[in-house]
Design a protein around this ligand. Sequence first.
Ligand SMILES: *Cc1c(COP(=O)(O)O)cnc(C)c1O
Length: 387
Amino acid sequence: MTDLELAASRTWAEINLDDLTHNIITLRKLLNPSTKFLGVVKANAYGHGMIQCARTLQDNGADWLAVATVPEGVELRKNSITLPILCLGQANPLLAPLMADFNITQAVGDTENAKALSDFAASTGKSIRIHIKIDTGMSRTGFYWPHNDDTLKLQTAKTILEVCNLPGLYAEGMFTHFAAADGDTEFTHSQLKKLIEARECLRNLGHEFKIVHSAASIGVLDYPDAHLDMGRFGLVLYGYASTETGNEDSNLGLRPVMTVKSRITAVRHLPEGTTISYGRTHTLKRDSVVAVLPMGYADGMPRVLSNNYSVKIHDTLCPILGRVCMDMMMADVTDVEGVKAGDVAVIFDGELMPVAAKNAGTIIHEMVCSPSARVPRVYISNGKMSV
Ligand SMILES: *Cc1c(COP(=O)(O)O)cnc(C)c1O
């Protein structure tokens, strides 16, 4: 048995790197040639496999990569990624040696952590690159930028300037993150305005940032003013123009990169009145044919989709019957001709992902992250499949 056969024996995620390449090229065109392109590969590249996605980005002209944690950045460095890497998560002083030794640029949003990074760098003769994070309305991390109060603004700018001048730190960039790019235009503009004010204030104090950035996926698509020096592309890279509706209202032509498949383990003929799965939440209304799928909530199938979702078998939508178990679930194939053990069901694809997100009460971001470590990723590159 080959590794590929083994990977595709139960439940697996196909990651089409050719489609990722297509998305990178498509999205690049939205930016001015001088604006930098950052690909966000945190969280195992939103479930798609961090190393392979990072290599595809590196080979297709991305300028930067971003991760959420320093260890993610270290893993990239150990796998021949040479692009600049920005760690978006809160700076953790314990990890300062890794930032310095693996050349990982750290987001910094408060003086205390900045000082701790500086202490390490200065005392070891090393240097850490940082991007100053400004909190313009997300209220998560960053130096809080005030409304309307010029005295307070100047004071904040001076605090940031002190951080920029700490020994051992190189403050290369400054950025913010939008809280409601997908709906609240007025608030998004107010956030952008604050970032630009912060840049102005620091400029007046004598510090010029090389890279100022604000927009993630939807920010880049909907707010050209927010492109500044760099766009941070996350979900759109993986093929969805909206985290709720997918590509329904988009003419960008993005291609969803992930397809989750599962190989039917058994096909059962069961009589009317039989109840299916834990808790007996579904009773067959007719004599039925039921396919058993080896995918459950431990594989990333949300249990909340029990009795509330359909998978594709032989290109036909087949409702999930009863509760999703830890390792298995059942689907109704009564109306589909000739289904047999070994046939492949499509659990999530570009069409189904938005439906799954909606029915599970979540967003596509969370859905694509959900296939667990037990689900092998199988890669398609130049039309060829490999593990
Ligand atoms: C995750 C993240 C992104 C990417 O967001 P998308 O909506 O997936 O494009 C960009 N910037 C920051 C700070 C993030 O945390």
